[in-house]
Design a protein around this ligand. Structure first.
Ligand code: PD2
Ligand code: ZN
Length: 318
């Protein structure tokens, strides 16, 4: 499935190669990976697959799913090995899953984290469920710059309707937000690279950085970040890089009151701290949906709250 084309004649031949492989059942994620393996740059490869592949335009504003408290699969069911064509299977042994849990294990003995262009500090961790709170991931002036760039662009946040797959406003998510394309500017590129180092996962697996603003009483009621593979609205999302299995929330300002990120099933509550990042998984070590990853953002009771959210897929995001 390797793209056998020269870089001097990219477009028509690559389009043909992409269409042929899509028609014979390859997923957009597999095609993106082949292009990356063949040495094409991530931006070019992603743009090409978007242009040719099935509809990213179906979720133009916000690919976030507001999951409906779905109960995950029966935990006693036999473990399925990862099969990208079977959305109901577990993801045991998937290389991305292994990479992330190895990263979490490595963090067990570390306080100081080298993120390439910056050193951050692990401040709290819950190892069993892979929840980690890290300080100083972004500098204060980086947080300010991202807020400044985002403020004029924000629109009411939406969620993905689990049945239709359409993006719709929902009273359970009362923030406003905007997205940055991958590498949208040098600062966004630097943040993406840093979050890739933090997670141990390739930058290409991350969805576009989403910036969210909550005003007074704004909240995000408890939900799952993973896609429910049993509802029709998830199908197209799962085609765009497989399951969403890691979330990183970066706090971009000091919140005067409320606005904590909570895990009701784990009894954990994290207070926003400017520049800090909260990272957690939505899949278990065995690759099954993690019911204990239920989490929410509590109402802001004073001031406002700005965050950046990075959702990370098992495969490259397309
Ligand atoms: O704003 C938060 O704390 C929050 C809570 C739960 C954000 C998200 N989920 C998210 O962006 O997925
Ligand atoms: Zn969430």
């Amino acid at each position: 499935m390797r793209p056998e084309v020269t870089r001097s004649s990219p477009s028509a031949a690559l389009d043909l190669w992409l269409r042929e492989n899509l028609n014979r059942g390859c997923s957009p994620g597999q095609l993106l990976q082949s292009l990356l393996d063949a040495g094409y740059g991530p931006e070019f490869a992603r743009a090409l697959v978007h242009r040719t592949g099935p509809g990213p335009e179906v979720f133009p504003h916000d690919p976030h799913t507001h999951q409906n408290r779905l109960k995950p699969e029966d935990p006693h069911a036999p473990e399925g090995l990862h099969n990208p064509n079977d959305p109901h299977a577990g993801h045991a042994g998937h290389p991305s899953l292994q990479a992330w849990w190895s990263r979490i294990d490595a963090l067990a003995g570390t306080r100081r984290l080298d993120l390439g262009d910056r050193v951050a500090r692990v401040a709290a961790r819950q190892m069993d469920h892979g929840v980690v709170f890290v300080r100083e991931v972004l500098a204060q002036d980086e947080c300010d710059a991202i807020v400044e760039q985002s403020a004029p662009r924000i629109e009411r946040s939406t969620v993905v309707d689990p049945v239709s797959g359409a993006s719709v406003p929902d009273p359970r998510r009362t923030s406003h937000g905007t997205f940055f394309e991958a590498g949208a500017n040098p600062l966004i590129g630097a943040v993406e690279a840093r979050l890739a180092r933090l997670s141990g996962l390739p930058r290409a697996h991350g969805e576009g950085l989403q910036i969210l603003h909550y005003t007074l009483d704004g909240e995000y009621q408890p939900h799952f970040d993973y896609f429910d593979p049993t509802v029709s609205g998830s199908t197209r999302q799962l085609e765009r890089g497989g399951q969403r299995f890691v979330t990183i929330i970066v706090y971009l300002n000091e919140v005067e009151g409320g606005g904590a990120t909570v895990f009701p099933e784990l009894g954990l509550e994290f207070l926003p701290e400017k520049g800090a990042a909260l990272m957690f998984a939505s899949l278990t070590r065995e690759g099954r949906l993690q019911p204990l990853s239920l989490h929410g953002g509590t109402p802001v009771t004073a001031g406002t709250k700005w965050i950046a959210t990075r959702w990370i897929r098992l495969e490259p995001y397309v």
